[in-house]
Design a protein around this ligand. Structure first.
Ligand SMILES: [Zn+2]
Length: 422
């Protein structure tokens, strides 16, 4: 039996808005599954090799529930345009480069390595429309120990000359990809119609049927930007609202992830709650592309499921610590815009969204619950000054707002150690 016992300041988000803290605590896992968090070493582990991290924080590893893997090379540049122009000018040409498998291999190897080093152990990632590059992305994530879902993007309209499939090709390539990706243990397929303007009705209908037949999850985009919302209304006079263009074809279920949801009104939010759709909030991207400020507090209060994503490369940083800080800042901007009526997110709430919300979507329970796969990281903040004795929550807050190079010392994904700082 493989046993892992980590000692340090164990912090976990066991419920929205709540942090469980065990100082000088032990986090134990057997065969990659958590058995518990203990304040003293349990009898059955007497004599076990304990990895003592001193005062360092032992945190849940975050899950990035929305990123575009082929856009990683352009992260941090080309932020001067709003969404639709940004896609055509920067994102689509960058994704088109993934037609070259060698380039895809080099890019995705680097991406997977960087994810592990930033402590992200689970992802829901968009690939590009290229089947071969999508398989390469899955291979590289699996090799690096990153778990989660990857989708071959479907787009049979409005992609431009270099990034568009025929409807028939999109269907055939998707079926072939689903056949070819069955051997991966930790990385699973997710159906990925890019967004409504990229997919014809025939393609949407095909994907909805496939999702039902094969019990596959779905990821896409919803109400990110006002021009996009207006365009969808133009394309679909048959649908009253954006979400109905997905619901109509069976792409609107409790296994659906919808990125952004910046402009969802109460009717659209109600449809999300009723179907159990998860909104993936990407605050950094929403600000970079001038999309707007998502009403995360309102979504949560109304019972809509929310998780966080980086949305690389609309988001500039691959780090979920940065994405969490962006969510906190976005909630403050929302508060100002709402005439100070809506409370902003707390650190504990934002950290729950960054970690447990994604874990729950993948089938785990919140926090370091017994039975969960071990997804954890060690964060050493001892290099920072302490103005006074800090609580674990203050230390976590500072780790979110301040980047500290080299602070992440070790990372475990599914029980396997996937990163160690030198
Ligand atoms: Zn996106």
């Amino acid at each position: 039996m493989a046993l892992t016992v980590l000692k340090g300041t164990v912090v976990s988000a066991s419920a929205p808005g709540r942090l469980d803290v065990t100082e000088k605590g032990y986090l134990a896992a057997e065969n990659g599954r958590i058995t518990g968090v203990f304040s003293t070493l349990p009898e059955q582990y007497a004599g076990a090799a304990v990895e003592d991290w001193g005062d360092a924080l032992i945190l849940q590893a975050p899950a990035d529930m929305h990123l575009h893997a082929p856009q990683y090379p352009m992260a941090g540049i080309g932020m001067d345009l709003p969404l639709l122009d940004w896609l055509n000018t920067y994102a689509f040409p960058t994704e088109a480069d993934m037609a070259d498998p060698d380039y895809a291999r080099a890019t995705y190897r680097q991406l997977a390595r960087d994810l592990a080093a930033t402590g992200t152990t689970r992802v829901c990632a968009f690939s590009s429309l290229h089947r071969e590059a999508t398989l390469i992305l899955m291979e590289e994530l699996e090799r690096a120990g990153i778990a989660g879902c990857v989708g071959k993007v479907n787009m049979d309209r409005n992609g431009g000359p270099n990034l568009q499939e025929t409807t028939e090709d999109s269907m055939a390539q998707t079926l072939q990809w689903l056949e070819e990706c069955q051997s991966f243990r930790h990385v699973r397929p997710i159906l990925t119609p890019r967004f409504t303007p990229s997919c014809t009705d025939a393609l949407m209908a095909f994907l909805g049927k496939l999702a039902a037949e094969r019990d596959l999850p779905v990821q896409s985009h919803l109400s990110e930007n006002t021009s996009e919302v207006a365009w969808v209304a133009e394309l679909h006079p048959d649908c009253k609202q954006y979400w109905e263009t997905y619901a109509k074809y069976g792409l609107w279920t409790d296994r659906t992830l919808m990125a952004h949801c910046v402009w969802c009104d109460s009717r659209e939010r109600q449809a999300m709650r009723e179907a159990g759709v998860t909104a993936v909030h990407c605050g950094d991207s929403n600000q970079n592309l001038c999309s707007g400020v998502a009403p995360v507090r309102t979504l949560l209060d109304e019972g809509v499921k929310v998780a966080l994503g980086t949305d690389v490369a609309g988001g500039a940083s691959l780090s979920m610590f940065d994405a969490t800080a962006a969510a906190l800042r976005a909630s403050k901007a929302r508060r100002i815009l709402d005439g100070w009526e809506t409370p902003c997110l707390t650190v504990a709430e934002a950290w729950y969204l960054a970690t447990s919300a994604g874990a729950v979507w993948f089938g785990d329970r919140p926090g370091f619950a017994p039975g969960n796969a071990l997804h954890a990281l060690v964060l050493d903040d001892s290099q920072l000054l302490r103005p006074h004795p800090l609580t674990a929550e203050e230390r976590l807050e500072r780790c979110l707002y301040r980047r500290q190079s080299g602070a992440i010392r070790a990372v475990w994904s599914g029980g396997r150690r996937i990163f160690s700082a030198r």
